[in-house]
Design a protein around this ligand. Structure first.
Ligand SMILES: CC(C)(COP(=O)(O)OP(=O)(O)OC[C@H]1O[C@@H](n2cnc3c(N)ncnc32)[C@H](O)[C@@H]1OP(=O)(O)O)[C@@H](O)C(=O)NCCC(=O)NCCS
Length: 292
Protein backbone atom coordinates (compact mmCIF):
# COMPACT_ATOMS: atom_id res chain seq x y z
CA UNK A 1 0.00 0.00 0.00
CA UNK A 2 1.25 3.48 -0.83
CA UNK A 3 1.03 5.69 2.24
CA UNK A 4 1.43 9.45 2.32
CA UNK A 5 1.93 11.60 5.41
CA UNK A 6 0.88 15.10 6.35
CA UNK A 7 1.16 17.24 9.46
CA UNK A 8 -1.96 17.12 11.69
CA UNK A 9 -1.91 20.92 11.57
CA UNK A 10 -3.81 20.71 8.28
CA UNK A 11 -6.82 19.00 9.88
CA UNK A 12 -9.50 20.72 11.96
CA UNK A 13 -9.91 19.66 15.58
CA UNK A 14 -13.21 17.82 14.85
CA UNK A 15 -11.45 15.97 11.98
CA UNK A 16 -8.59 14.97 14.27
CA UNK A 17 -11.14 13.80 16.87
CA UNK A 18 -12.91 11.72 14.20
CA UNK A 19 -9.65 10.13 13.07
CA UNK A 20 -8.66 9.54 16.71
CA UNK A 21 -12.02 7.84 17.30
CA UNK A 22 -11.69 5.65 14.19
CA UNK A 23 -8.06 4.76 14.96
CA UNK A 24 -9.01 3.52 18.42
CA UNK A 25 -12.28 1.83 17.51
CA UNK A 26 -14.19 -0.16 20.12
CA UNK A 27 -16.94 2.44 20.68
CA UNK A 28 -14.69 4.96 22.44
CA UNK A 29 -15.23 8.54 21.19
CA UNK A 30 -12.62 11.30 21.11
CA UNK A 31 -14.14 14.74 21.73
CA UNK A 32 -12.70 17.97 20.22
CA UNK A 33 -12.98 20.00 23.45
CA UNK A 34 -11.21 17.28 25.48
CA UNK A 35 -8.53 16.99 22.80
CA UNK A 36 -7.94 20.76 22.92
CA UNK A 37 -7.42 20.49 26.71
CA UNK A 38 -5.03 17.56 26.29
CA UNK A 39 -3.06 19.33 23.55
CA UNK A 40 -2.60 22.36 25.82
CA UNK A 41 -1.68 20.43 28.97
CA UNK A 42 0.60 17.93 27.23
CA UNK A 43 2.25 20.45 24.86
CA UNK A 44 1.08 18.47 21.82
CA UNK A 45 2.67 19.99 18.71
CA UNK A 46 0.24 19.58 15.82
CA UNK A 47 2.89 20.55 13.28
CA UNK A 48 5.06 17.65 14.43
CA UNK A 49 2.10 15.24 14.74
CA UNK A 50 1.54 13.16 11.62
CA UNK A 51 -1.48 11.73 9.82
CA UNK A 52 -1.05 8.73 7.48
CA UNK A 53 -3.26 8.66 4.35
CA UNK A 54 -4.33 5.94 1.98
CA UNK A 55 -5.15 8.16 -0.99
CA UNK A 56 -7.33 10.91 0.49
CA UNK A 57 -8.44 8.81 3.44
CA UNK A 58 -6.78 9.50 6.82
CA UNK A 59 -6.05 6.09 8.39
CA UNK A 60 -3.45 6.63 11.11
CA UNK A 61 -2.48 9.28 13.64
CA UNK A 62 0.66 10.00 15.66
CA UNK A 63 0.07 12.78 18.21
CA UNK A 64 3.41 14.11 19.41
CA UNK A 65 4.18 16.58 22.19
CA UNK A 66 7.30 18.67 22.39
CA UNK A 67 9.18 20.65 25.03
CA UNK A 68 12.49 22.04 23.73
CA UNK A 69 14.40 18.99 22.40
CA UNK A 70 12.21 16.47 24.25
CA UNK A 71 9.41 14.67 22.49
CA UNK A 72 6.41 12.74 23.74
CA UNK A 73 4.20 10.27 21.92
CA UNK A 74 0.84 11.12 23.46
CA UNK A 75 -1.26 8.83 21.30
CA UNK A 76 -0.94 6.62 18.31
CA UNK A 77 -3.44 4.57 16.31
CA UNK A 78 -4.34 3.01 12.99
CA UNK A 79 -7.87 2.37 11.68
CA UNK A 80 -8.96 -1.17 12.45
CA UNK A 81 -9.38 -2.21 8.80
CA UNK A 82 -5.76 -1.21 8.05
CA UNK A 83 -4.07 -3.02 10.93
CA UNK A 84 -1.55 -5.86 10.58
CA UNK A 85 -0.08 -4.49 7.33
CA UNK A 86 2.80 -2.50 8.74
CA UNK A 87 1.01 0.89 8.69
CA UNK A 88 1.80 1.67 12.35
CA UNK A 89 5.41 0.57 11.92
CA UNK A 90 5.84 2.89 8.94
CA UNK A 91 3.95 5.82 10.52
CA UNK A 92 6.05 5.55 13.68
CA UNK A 93 9.31 5.39 11.71
CA UNK A 94 8.30 8.44 9.64
CA UNK A 95 7.13 10.38 12.73
CA UNK A 96 10.34 9.79 14.66
CA UNK A 97 12.49 10.62 11.63
CA UNK A 98 10.58 13.89 11.04
CA UNK A 99 10.78 14.76 14.74
CA UNK A 100 14.56 14.23 14.69
CA UNK A 101 14.82 16.50 11.63
CA UNK A 102 12.90 19.16 13.58
CA UNK A 103 15.48 19.01 16.40
CA UNK A 104 13.85 16.53 18.81
CA UNK A 105 16.56 14.47 20.55
CA UNK A 106 14.48 11.95 22.47
CA UNK A 107 10.90 10.74 22.53
CA UNK A 108 9.15 9.10 25.45
CA UNK A 109 5.85 7.28 25.84
CA UNK A 110 4.05 5.15 28.38
CA UNK A 111 2.25 1.94 27.60
CA UNK A 112 0.26 -0.47 29.75
CA UNK A 113 2.46 -3.48 30.54
CA UNK A 114 -0.11 -5.93 29.12
CA UNK A 115 -0.07 -4.33 25.62
CA UNK A 116 2.47 -6.76 24.15
CA UNK A 117 1.49 -5.77 20.58
CA UNK A 118 2.10 -2.06 21.16
CA UNK A 119 5.32 -2.75 23.11
CA UNK A 120 6.65 -4.84 20.18
CA UNK A 121 5.75 -2.00 17.80
CA UNK A 122 7.62 0.56 19.92
CA UNK A 123 10.63 -1.77 20.27
CA UNK A 124 10.72 -2.20 16.47
CA UNK A 125 11.01 1.62 16.23
CA UNK A 126 13.94 1.57 18.69
CA UNK A 127 12.17 2.52 21.94
CA UNK A 128 13.68 0.98 25.06
CA UNK A 129 11.98 0.22 28.36
CA UNK A 130 13.70 2.43 30.95
CA UNK A 131 11.52 2.12 34.09
CA UNK A 132 8.02 1.38 35.35
CA UNK A 133 5.14 3.59 36.41
CA UNK A 134 2.65 2.42 39.04
CA UNK A 135 -1.10 3.10 39.11
CA UNK A 136 -2.51 3.26 42.67
CA UNK A 137 -6.12 2.99 43.67
CA UNK A 138 -8.19 2.95 46.92
CA UNK A 139 -11.45 4.24 48.35
CA UNK A 140 -11.61 6.46 51.40
CA UNK A 141 -13.37 3.60 53.23
CA UNK A 142 -10.56 1.14 52.38
CA UNK A 143 -8.03 3.63 53.75
CA UNK A 144 -10.29 4.31 56.75
CA UNK A 145 -9.84 8.04 56.32
CA UNK A 146 -11.52 10.30 58.88
CA UNK A 147 -11.25 13.74 60.45
CA UNK A 148 -8.82 12.11 62.92
CA UNK A 149 -6.27 12.17 60.11
CA UNK A 150 -6.08 15.95 60.27
CA UNK A 151 -3.31 17.05 62.67
CA UNK A 152 -4.89 18.48 65.86
CA UNK A 153 -2.53 21.47 65.83
CA UNK A 154 -2.53 22.05 62.06
CA UNK A 155 -4.84 23.06 59.27
CA UNK A 156 -5.51 22.16 55.66
CA UNK A 157 -6.48 24.95 53.30
CA UNK A 158 -7.06 25.15 49.56
CA UNK A 159 -4.53 27.29 47.76
CA UNK A 160 -3.52 28.62 44.34
CA UNK A 161 -2.03 26.20 41.82
CA UNK A 162 1.20 28.27 41.69
CA UNK A 163 1.78 27.30 45.33
CA UNK A 164 3.28 24.03 44.13
CA UNK A 165 6.24 25.64 42.33
CA UNK A 166 8.69 25.66 45.29
CA UNK A 167 7.51 22.15 46.29
CA UNK A 168 8.16 20.94 42.76
CA UNK A 169 11.62 22.55 42.79
CA UNK A 170 12.39 20.91 46.16
CA UNK A 171 11.51 17.48 44.72
CA UNK A 172 14.24 17.66 42.07
CA UNK A 173 16.20 14.77 43.56
CA UNK A 174 13.14 12.53 43.09
CA UNK A 175 12.78 10.41 39.92
CA UNK A 176 11.56 12.56 37.02
CA UNK A 177 7.74 12.62 36.93
CA UNK A 178 5.79 11.37 33.90
CA UNK A 179 5.40 13.88 31.04
CA UNK A 180 1.96 15.13 32.07
CA UNK A 181 3.01 15.37 35.74
CA UNK A 182 5.80 17.88 35.01
CA UNK A 183 5.45 21.54 35.91
CA UNK A 184 4.26 22.84 32.50
CA UNK A 185 1.37 20.37 32.69
CA UNK A 186 0.63 20.88 36.39
CA UNK A 187 0.27 24.63 35.87
CA UNK A 188 -2.14 24.26 32.93
CA UNK A 189 -4.69 21.61 34.01
CA UNK A 190 -7.95 23.56 33.88
CA UNK A 191 -9.54 21.64 36.78
CA UNK A 192 -6.53 21.53 39.11
CA UNK A 193 -6.90 22.23 42.82
CA UNK A 194 -4.24 22.50 45.52
CA UNK A 195 -4.56 21.69 49.22
CA UNK A 196 -1.84 22.84 51.63
CA UNK A 197 -1.20 21.27 55.02
CA UNK A 198 0.31 23.59 57.62
CA UNK A 199 1.46 22.57 61.11
CA UNK A 200 3.22 24.54 63.87
CA UNK A 201 6.57 24.09 62.01
CA UNK A 202 5.08 25.68 58.85
CA UNK A 203 3.94 24.19 55.51
CA UNK A 204 4.24 20.39 55.85
CA UNK A 205 2.86 19.05 52.55
CA UNK A 206 0.70 19.88 49.56
CA UNK A 207 -1.38 17.96 47.05
CA UNK A 208 -2.23 19.00 43.48
CA UNK A 209 -5.30 17.12 42.29
CA UNK A 210 -8.34 17.03 40.06
CA UNK A 211 -11.73 16.29 41.65
CA UNK A 212 -14.11 14.35 39.42
CA UNK A 213 -17.74 14.28 40.64
CA UNK A 214 -19.59 10.96 40.39
CA UNK A 215 -20.89 10.15 36.93
CA UNK A 216 -22.73 7.00 35.78
CA UNK A 217 -21.28 4.08 37.77
CA UNK A 218 -18.13 6.02 38.74
CA UNK A 219 -18.09 7.42 42.28
CA UNK A 220 -16.58 10.78 43.25
CA UNK A 221 -12.88 10.67 42.44
CA UNK A 222 -9.69 12.42 43.52
CA UNK A 223 -6.98 12.15 40.89
CA UNK A 224 -3.65 13.10 42.42
CA UNK A 225 -1.18 14.75 40.06
CA UNK A 226 1.57 15.90 42.45
CA UNK A 227 2.36 15.62 46.16
CA UNK A 228 4.97 17.83 47.81
CA UNK A 229 6.38 16.73 51.19
CA UNK A 230 8.59 18.57 53.68
CA UNK A 231 11.53 16.33 54.72
CA UNK A 232 10.24 14.10 57.51
CA UNK A 233 6.63 14.19 56.31
CA UNK A 234 5.15 10.81 55.46
CA UNK A 235 2.09 8.59 55.76
CA UNK A 236 0.27 10.85 58.26
CA UNK A 237 0.58 13.88 55.97
CA UNK A 238 -0.53 11.94 52.86
CA UNK A 239 -3.60 10.67 54.75
CA UNK A 240 -4.39 14.21 55.95
CA UNK A 241 -4.07 15.57 52.40
CA UNK A 242 -6.34 12.86 50.96
CA UNK A 243 -8.95 13.46 53.63
CA UNK A 244 -8.85 17.25 53.25
CA UNK A 245 -8.97 17.09 49.42
CA UNK A 246 -12.03 14.81 49.36
CA UNK A 247 -13.83 16.74 52.09
CA UNK A 248 -13.17 20.02 50.28
CA UNK A 249 -14.32 18.67 46.90
CA UNK A 250 -17.26 16.44 47.85
CA UNK A 251 -17.99 16.73 51.57
CA UNK A 252 -18.01 12.92 51.70
CA UNK A 253 -14.73 10.99 51.99
CA UNK A 254 -15.55 7.29 52.52
CA UNK A 255 -17.12 6.68 49.11
CA UNK A 256 -14.52 8.78 47.25
CA UNK A 257 -12.04 6.94 45.04
CA UNK A 258 -8.40 7.99 45.22
CA UNK A 259 -6.16 7.39 42.22
CA UNK A 260 -2.51 8.12 41.62
CA UNK A 261 -1.48 7.24 38.08
CA UNK A 262 1.95 7.08 36.43
CA UNK A 263 3.92 7.30 39.67
CA UNK A 264 7.60 6.37 39.05
CA UNK A 265 8.16 3.07 40.86
CA UNK A 266 11.12 4.23 43.02
CA UNK A 267 9.74 7.61 44.10
CA UNK A 268 9.28 8.52 47.76
CA UNK A 269 5.54 8.90 47.10
CA UNK A 270 5.27 5.40 45.59
CA UNK A 271 6.70 3.87 48.80
CA UNK A 272 4.39 6.01 50.95
CA UNK A 273 1.29 5.05 48.95
CA UNK A 274 2.09 1.38 49.57
CA UNK A 275 2.47 2.18 53.29
CA UNK A 276 -0.81 4.16 53.23
CA UNK A 277 -2.49 0.94 52.02
CA UNK A 278 -3.30 1.78 48.40
CA UNK A 279 -3.52 -1.05 45.86
CA UNK A 280 -1.31 -1.16 42.80
CA UNK A 281 -3.99 -1.48 40.11
CA UNK A 282 -1.68 -1.61 37.08
CA UNK A 283 1.85 -1.03 35.84
CA UNK A 284 2.91 0.89 32.74
CA UNK A 285 6.25 0.94 30.96
CA UNK A 286 8.15 4.18 30.42
CA UNK A 287 9.80 3.73 27.01
CA UNK A 288 12.30 6.09 25.42
CA UNK A 289 13.81 6.57 22.01
CA UNK A 290 17.10 8.46 21.82
CA UNK A 291 18.02 9.96 18.48
CA UNK A 292 21.66 10.61 17.71
C1 LIG B 1 -1.19 -0.81 18.09
C2 LIG B 1 -1.56 -0.43 16.66
C3 LIG B 1 -1.16 1.03 16.46
C4 LIG B 1 -0.79 -1.32 15.66
O1 LIG B 1 -1.11 -0.89 14.34
P1 LIG B 1 -0.80 -1.82 13.05
O2 LIG B 1 -0.84 -0.94 11.85
O3 LIG B 1 -1.64 -3.03 13.07
O4 LIG B 1 0.72 -2.24 13.34
P2 LIG B 1 1.70 -2.99 12.31
O5 LIG B 1 0.90 -3.53 11.17
O6 LIG B 1 2.82 -2.09 11.98
O7 LIG B 1 2.21 -4.16 13.23
C5 LIG B 1 1.29 -5.13 13.68
C6 LIG B 1 1.79 -6.53 13.35
O8 LIG B 1 1.78 -6.72 11.93
C7 LIG B 1 3.08 -7.13 11.49
N1 LIG B 1 3.40 -6.53 10.19
C8 LIG B 1 4.22 -5.52 9.95
N2 LIG B 1 4.30 -5.25 8.65
C9 LIG B 1 3.51 -6.09 8.06
C10 LIG B 1 3.16 -6.28 6.73
N3 LIG B 1 3.67 -5.51 5.76
N4 LIG B 1 2.28 -7.25 6.49
C11 LIG B 1 1.77 -8.02 7.46
N5 LIG B 1 2.07 -7.86 8.76
C12 LIG B 1 2.92 -6.90 9.05
C13 LIG B 1 4.01 -6.58 12.51
O9 LIG B 1 5.21 -7.32 12.52
C14 LIG B 1 3.21 -6.74 13.78
O10 LIG B 1 3.33 -8.07 14.24
P3 LIG B 1 3.47 -8.39 15.82
O11 LIG B 1 2.18 -7.96 16.46
O12 LIG B 1 3.67 -9.86 15.84
O13 LIG B 1 4.62 -7.62 16.36
C15 LIG B 1 -3.07 -0.66 16.39
O14 LIG B 1 -3.45 -1.92 16.84
C16 LIG B 1 -3.98 0.36 17.01
O15 LIG B 1 -4.18 1.44 16.47
N6 LIG B 1 -4.58 0.05 18.18
C17 LIG B 1 -5.51 0.95 18.84
C18 LIG B 1 -4.78 2.17 19.38
C19 LIG B 1 -3.71 1.76 20.35
O16 LIG B 1 -3.89 0.86 21.13
N7 LIG B 1 -2.57 2.49 20.29
C20 LIG B 1 -1.43 2.21 21.13
C21 LIG B 1 -1.64 2.78 22.47
S1 LIG B 1 -0.40 2.20 23.58
Amino acid sequence: MRLTYQSALHLSLPDIAELHTNAYGGGWVSKPDQLADIFRVQSVDLKLSLVAYDGRRPIGLALIGRRRTHGWLYDFGVNRSYRGQGVATRLLQTSTREAAKAGVRDIELDVWEKRDDAIRLYQRAGFQHVRNYLMFHATGAQLDLSANDLPPDGQATSDLVETIIPWYAAAESEPQPAWDRRLPSLLTYSDARVMLLVDPQGPAACIHYAARPASGHDPNGIRTLFVGLRPGSGVAQVRALFFAAARDAFGDVGSTTFRVALEPEHSTLAKLLVDVGMNIAATALDMRLRMT
